[in-house]
Ligand binder design. Structure first.
Ligand code: TXA
Ligand code: MG
Length: 339
């Protein structure tokens, strides 16, 4: 396929992107979380091209992106009351809800499941294009399957050049990690399947019970049959470098790294750890929100610098940090060290 077309966020370019999508093409679009690889969710062939471009296993379902509750209602049924409360509180924004699907959602979107993941994004470019197309857009993160999610146009171009028609530039994503994915366990009880910028504490204000799925924090490779969100069972988000996630305070981290000073070694530490840090390093922000925004681009940067072994100082395991920690466990292929 020819080189990827890079479009701007000007109206004429957004119209071009929308007409490509209407004709069944795949276009990468910015969202507030990460860039998505979008296709008309009602067009089976277009959705099949998304799976092909990513190299994504067919049993890992996609999120459909909507701009209104009525668009959600057109494709889902038996929507719990709590879903409306959560939509009111967090949409548009980085929350994805798993809901029973109607027959008009093609099986290819949901990997054969009888539920569909729905999200209303807040990024103005994504919203404008959904409205121009007039249909929900199915969109996974716009990276090659297994590699770190893209948070800039350059990341998308690197992974997708020659594989898809076009990408629209929406600047750097502000959140940086993918949406929080939840399903409904009961009437007023939800389960977090993938942590994100919207935290368990945020959600607890609107529902009686919030369960954090055990796979989120687990650093053992999950039993495939127990995983409720298919995407969580794959090794994920990985750069070419070997990643080791190191938990503990800075002193312990330095002692651990001191025994591993081989060539190609680099540490990924907090901004505030940098002064006097004795080994080669990169930093990824000073708090969980900054770490969320930077983590994927730092993993990509490690590859650009030819890093062979990347030792990451683990983020906090609560709040937004939980999302960063969850992505890093998978980037590390479950290689997690307690110091
Ligand atoms: O922020 C995001 O969510 C980004 C942007 C582009 O919107 N999208 C994204 O999509 O991260 P993706 O495909 O990379 O991740 C979707 C996750 C996967 O873990 C998938 O297994 C899960 O949602 N998922 C989708 N449909 C599901 C369903 N019906 N039941 C359970 N899990 C589902
Ligand atoms: Mg993804």
């Amino acid at each position: 396929m020819k080189d990827i077309i890079c479009l701007t966020d000007r109206d004429s370019d957004l119209e071009k992107a929308a007409s490509l999508l209407k004709s069944g093409k795949v276009v990468a679009l910015p969202t507030e979380t990460v860039y998505g690889l979008a296709a008309d969710a009602t067009n089976c062939e277009a959705v099949a091209s998304v799976f092909a471009a990513k190299g994504r296993p067919a049993d890992n379902p996609l999120i459909i992106h909507v701009t209104s509750l009525s668009m959600m209602e057109k494709y889902t049924e038996d929507i719990p009351r709590a879903a409306y409360r959560l939509a009111e509180a967090f949409w548009p924004g980085p929350l994805t809800m798993i809901l029973p699907k109607k027959n008009n959602v093609p099986e290819i979107v949901t990997g054969g499941l009888d539920t569909v993941a729905v999200r209303m994004p807040s990024h103005p470019v994504m919203r404008k294009i959904i409205d121009l197309v007039g249909k929900p857009l199915a969109a996974p993160s716009a990276n090659l399957s297994g590699s770190p999610s893209p948070t800039t146009l350059a990341h998308v171009r690197k992974d997708m050049n020659g594989r898809i028609e076009a990408v629209v530039d929406g600047g750097e994503c502000t959140v940086g990690v993918e949406s929080t994915v939840i399903c409904f366990d009961g009437y007023d009880s939800i389960r977090i399947l993938r942590p994100g910028f919207i935290t368990a504490e945020d959600l607890r204000k609107y529902v009686d019970e919030v369960i954090i799925d055990e796979n989120i924090l687990s650093d053992v490779v999950p039993e495939v049959k127990e995983v409720r969100s298919p995407g969580m069972k794959y090794k994920h988000y990985s750069p070419a470098a070997r990643v080791v996630l190191v938990c503990g305070d800075l002193d312990h981290f330095i002692k651990y790294a001191a025994t591993r000073k081989d060539e190609g070694m680099c540490c990924l530490i907090y901004d505030q750890d940098a002064e006097g840090f004795p080994f080669k390093y990169m930093t990824y922000g000073s708090d969980s929100e900054e770490q969320a925004k930077q983590i994927f681009s730092k993993l990509r940067e490690a590859d650009e610098k030819g890093v062979k072994n990347l030792y990451v100082r683990a983020p906090q395991k609560d709040g937004v940090g939980l999302a960063v920690y969850n992505r890093l466990i998978r980037a590390a292929g479950y290689e997690v060290v307690e110091t």
